[in-house]
Design a protein around this ligand. Structure first.
Ligand code: KG4
Ligand code: ZN
Length: 375
């Protein structure tokens, strides 16, 4: 299938009916199955997926731009936008074929409308909105962090509302009280660097490739606990906010002190520093999660976003939740980092509830989670 044929499909295929039916039917009868195409292009991953409200996730495809940006040590927004343009439509064709469905089976389109890099967002938004219009199906702009927050719902045993969510990605570190979809109260957030950003910056200091998070985690396994003890920022005062920029400075100072006359560290020193840094981040997050459970009286904690892939974090949080008679939930590895499945899922829930956008192309680089409408 080429570009001409996908745009041909836009023009040719009839509208797929929306899910909501007359009020006279009971709620369980009212909702018809809905297949939603999800498109994620907020940063450096092009993610596309098809979620079926009846059968769950049908297919998901991901193209990571990591190699493209690695040579620069971070994401170059202009290159990210251009690569999303190259990859999004081929991935959409791939995901339709992988799901074994027809384009006409798709009843809605969801794209990431923010937060994120504006140029990158605009690619997914333009494509998503155009496909929705051409196919004559309802379309919705999804909040990227709501996508992350709901990603554990894609698992076999999803968490039930209400719960506390720890959102830890490259751009955000937030603790959120979640009573339902769109019913979010921000309990605390990072006043400076996000946890993932701190991992990436420390990775850079240790000479590791971009993005640093997974590399720091891998190196930390070789290190010895207790060789480097870094501060647990903002844990000695009340509240649920975070700050990781001082921790990053503490690591920089430790590296400078431990380095030899040429400014080099031994392999073991690098691993010990990675271990000490990871332990400090994980301990800080765990202390705040415990406090959030205590504060809300909730018994479910979910973790989402790229840093929730961190095994040390999962292990320590298992112990934290046990203390509060609570349960921990997270998504499988590939749905912790950016992906299209979480956007398809979140969009599907909102479309099923009758929410949809008008004809505008929405790209909101800054967008508060708390401003979202409740279902
Ligand atoms: O959610 P995500 O894919 O993108 C954003 O929305 O930002 O998160 C990416 C972040 C990066 O900072 C990356 O280094 C971090 O998640 N990350 C990790 C791990 N895997 C990804 N950090 C620590 N340990 C990991 N295993
Ligand atoms: Zn993300």
């Amino acid at each position: 299938m080429g570009y001409a044929s996908i745009f041909g499909m836009i023009a040719t295929f009839p509208a797929t009916p929306i899910a909501i039916e007359s009020d006279s039917e009971s709620k369980s009868e009212r909702v018809k199955p809905l297949i939603v195409l999800g498109i994620e292009t907020s940063c450096d991953e092009t993610g596309v997926a098809l979620y079926d409200s009846e059968h769950g996730l049908l297919a998901d495809c991901l193209y990571s731009q990591i190699e493209l940006h690695a040579q620069y040590g971070g994401v170059i927004p202009e290159l990210a936008s251009r690569d999303h343009i190259r990859k999004t439509l081929p991935l959409i064709m791939e995901v339709i074929s992988a799901a074994g469905i027809e384009q006409s089976d798709i009843g809605g389109v969801a794209y990431t409308a923010g937060p994120g890099l504006v140029g990158a967002l605009l690619v997914g938004a333009s494509i998503g909105r155009s496909l929705g219009m051409g196919w004559d199906v309802p379309t919705i702009g999804v909040h990227h962090m709501e996508g992350h927050l709901l990603a554990p719902m894609l698992e076999g045993e999803p968490p039930a509302f209400p719960f506390v969510a720890l959102l830890v990605s490259g751009g955000h570190t937030q603790l959120v009280e979640v009573k339902g979809i769109g019913r979010y109260v921000l309990l605390g957030e990072s006043l400076d660097d996000a946890a993932g950003e701190a991992f990436d910056k420390v990775g850079k200091m240790l000479g590791l490739p971009y993005p640093g998070g997974p590399h720091v985690a891998k190196l930390a396994v070789e290190g010895e606990s207790g060789k480097f003890i870094f501060p647990r920022p903002m844990t000695n005062r009340p509240g649920l906010d975070f700050s990781f920029s001082g921790l990053k400075t503490a690591v920089r100072t430790a590296i400078a002190k431990a380095s030899d006359a040429n400014g080099d560290l031994t392999e073991l020193q690098r691993a010990d520093i990675a271990r000490g840094f990871e332990e400090a981040v994980v301990a800080t997050l765990a202390i705040k999660c415990g406090r959030a459970l205590q504060h809300t009286g909730m018994h479910t904690l979910i973790i989402a976003g790229g840093v929730s892939a961190n095994l040390q974090l999962r292990e320590v949080l298992e112990k934290t939740v046990a203390k509060f008679d609570a349960k921990l939930f997270y998504a499988k590895h590939r749905f912790c980092t950016d992906n299209g499945a979480m956007i398809a899922y979140a969009g599907c829930q909102r479309l099923l509830a009758g929410q949809k956008d008008d004809l505008e192309i929405r790209a909101q680089p800054r967008w508060s989670l708390e401003s979202l409408p409740a279902l």
